[in-house]
Design a protein around this ligand. Sequence first.
Ligand SMILES: Cc1cc2nc3c(=O)[nH]c(=O)nc-3n(C[C@H](O)[C@H](O)[C@H](O)COP(=O)(O)OP(=O)(O)OC[C@H]3O[C@@H](n4cnc5c(N)ncnc54)[C@H](O)[C@@H]3O)c2cc1C
Length: 444
Amino acid sequence: MREPNDPHMAASQWHNWAGDERCTPVAIEHPRSLSELAGAVADADRRGLRVRVAGSGHSFSDVACSDGLLLVLDRMGQVLDVDRAGGLVRVQGGIRIHDLSRRLQDHGLALENLGDIDVQSIAGAISTATHGTGARLGNLSSQVVALTLVLADGSTLECSPQGDPDVFAAARVGLGALGVIAEVTLRCVPAFTLHGIDAPAPLEDTLERFEELARANDHFEFFVFPHTSTALTRTNNRTERPPRPRSRVLAYASDVLLTNRAFELFCRAGRRVPRAIPTLNRIVTRLAGRRERVESSAAIFSSPRLVRFTEMEYALPRGHTVEAVRRVMDCICERGFAVPFPIEVRTVAPDDAYLSTAAGRESGFVAVHMYRGMPWEPYFGAVAEIMDSLDGRPHWGKRHFHTAATLRPRYPDWDRFAAVRARLDARGRFANAWTDRVLGAPGG
Ligand SMILES: Cc1cc2nc3c(=O)[nH]c(=O)nc-3n(C[C@H](O)[C@H](O)[C@H](O)COP(=O)(O)OP(=O)(O)OC[C@H]3O[C@@H](n4cnc5c(N)ncnc54)[C@H](O)[C@@H]3O)c2cc1C
């Protein structure tokens, strides 16, 4: 265990991907096995240290920060068992999604849906209800069929619907507050190919047809830059056509040079001259042409994100999605916010994890972003007011302004989650400043 007087003190500092949330835990550990992990948690318990786990640090808030022991499961990334016929795959919690996708492909399997990126740890992604888009598809946590938790005293607990359904419904989106997810069993599907079409379309038409487009396609989403009237739509559907993977050079030119490096230049220009942002947004929108691809699902779902930004996203009852987008676009113009990033709009099917952002309702997700180094609070604050008025639930891994008191009424099963937490972690061993604020004290 690294202590504060360790000469590698700098190594005991931790920051998230965006680089705007930092902490200096008492110690950082990288266990290599379930027994090392359980030993580290039990040791922290004896020493009275609070414990958090960091996945890949891709949350935008201080959710993964620790003032005690920070566990990083980057050495627990194994695939443990593959039941190809049953589509069940057991992995260690630290496996990165891109590694998992590659290993699944070797077995002719895939995850049924993924978000925009694939660099998160599987445990970190399910813990915050990370999602992709697809009106008939749940978020990643809904693909979990069992998991192994290391509890505060270092003991392990197998969680499944057949065991204790209450614990399972809480632990699937557990926010790191119940214990450490050491292993996860996922329900996978046979590997599949997607036909992806990115195409500009009139915003008004896209908004009017949003429900129809969400229902008619396996995966539909769109982006819209403020001060423009064009939606950049993304439609991905399963196909039997043979995949046509892009060459590495073409993928690099498209995903890294055009999508990231060129966009970074626009963002920098906008940060330097905010009044130019409406014009810059119109140029970026005009440059985004039509693109068609036929590739493996994992290659289509996720792409590299090299431009650093911060983000807030809300899950809404799906019928409120279009109103939310219109109001956010109007609000940006009326309040004069300088926003060089698009608004992103997706859909997710309902599920029954107690704190899933899509718990119990068909959801539309609306996300807003801000380039690094630009003020995000006034913009996100104004958008949050809109989302709150539409019964929104903030994404757990992204920025928001809520507390336990304001979140509780938004989740019918909030008290059930709290009861499981009080049962599994009565002393708040897995708490941090974020859980103190957002979940309150266990049993409190
Ligand atoms: C560029 C970018 C794109 C993104 N795209 C999407 C997207 O398309 N869809 C979406 O929904 N979200 C998206 N996100 C958000 C991201 O998926 C979530 O914040 C996710 O939780 C990050 O996973 P992580 O492994 O980095 O976990 P971290 O951010 O490190 O941790 C997240 C939470 O998980 C807990 N945790 C991590 N590992 C464990 C474990 N083993 N046991 C118990 N708890 C654990 C942590 O304590 C913390 O509470 C994006 C983020 C970025 C930066």
